[in-house]
Design a protein around this ligand. Structure first.
Ligand SMILES: [Fe+2]
Length: 265
């Protein structure tokens, strides 16, 4: 797939690589542990993640364990990493997760089926190579689902209690871009302008929620994903209208801004 030309290019310029492709949606701790074994056996010193949020989050978890040791479960929670993870270059192939710029990795605990989060400022990838052309072959349903994930990141970052003036700027811009371009990207996947805008919107949303937070939509979507393997963006889409309706009375001003952001797009 998309990883192969990148791998060949790296091998031609820098030397041998090893491919780890046993990535599952809603990646599990056991998948990450397998990846750690492959990386250790090979003696990897740099990781390159080519894929959607599942691939990038798996790579973040592998990179964490390569330098910090232990198992995924040792690092769930906030600011627990003792060392910087191994260098990671993230190349997203979807416009949704924002994982290429965020400081978290979501990993499913396979024993409890709870989606856990390793959250640490050290966890942001060393380099994010965001090339919208990598997203051109994403089919319509996945385009819609990942785009709605990005919209949820932006709306939740803007309306959650940890929002601040800096994250608000990124969140509102992301909302206006995604509202304007998601349907076009869904309807015509080869529209480079729509794909470019969606990659940008997703990136801005990633900055916003990584420095504020997500909230009710993601809490429930992660629970659903952990228990039933529901695709993340679809789970988020299901909850967004209900959580928004519930939250509006708590902050009519900010929800009004969200609505205006969409109209002005
Ligand atoms: Fe998400």
């Amino acid at each position: 797939g998309l990883a192969e030309p990148i791998r060949k290019d790296i091998e031609a310029r820098l030397g041998e690589t090893v491919l780890f492709s046993q990535i599952t949606p809603n990646p599990r701790d056991v998948d990450c542990e397998r990846g750690v074994e492959v990386a250790r056996d090979f003696g990897a010193d740099v990781l390159v993640a080519v894929g959607g949020g599942s691939a990038i989050d798996t790579a973040k978890c592998i990179a964490t364990i390569l330098t910090n040791g232990g198992q995924p479960g040792d690092w769930y929670g906030f600011d627990k990493l003792k060392k910087y993870p191994a260098p990671l270059i993230a190349i997203p192939t979807t416009a949704g997760t924002g994982s290429e710029v965020t400081t978290c990795a979501v990993v499913t605990n396979s024993a409890t089926r709870v989606k856990e989060c390793i959250q640490d400022a050290k966890l942001a990838p060393s380099v994010a190579l965001v090339d919208p052309e990598m997203t051109l072959s994403v089919p319509p349903l996945l385009t819609a689902a990942t785009g709605m994930d990005a919209l949820c990141h932006a709306v939740e970052a803007y309306t959650c209690t940890l929002a601040n003036p800096l994250t608000d700027v990124f969140a509102l811009k992301a909302i206006s871009i995604i509202a304007r371009w998601l349907e076009t990207a869904w309807a015509n996947g080869s529209d480079v302008e729509a794909r470019t805008q969606m990659s940008l919107g997703c990136l801005l949303a990633g900055y916003a929620f990584s420095n504020a937070d997500t909230s009710g939509v993601h809490c429930m979507a992660e629970s659903l994903g952990g228990l039933y393997d529901t695709p993340h963006g679809i789970a988020c889409s299901i909850f967004l209208p209900f959580v928004t309706e519930f939250n509006i009375p708590a902050d009519p001003q900010k929800h009004g801004d969200v609505a205006k952001g969409r109209i002005q797009a």
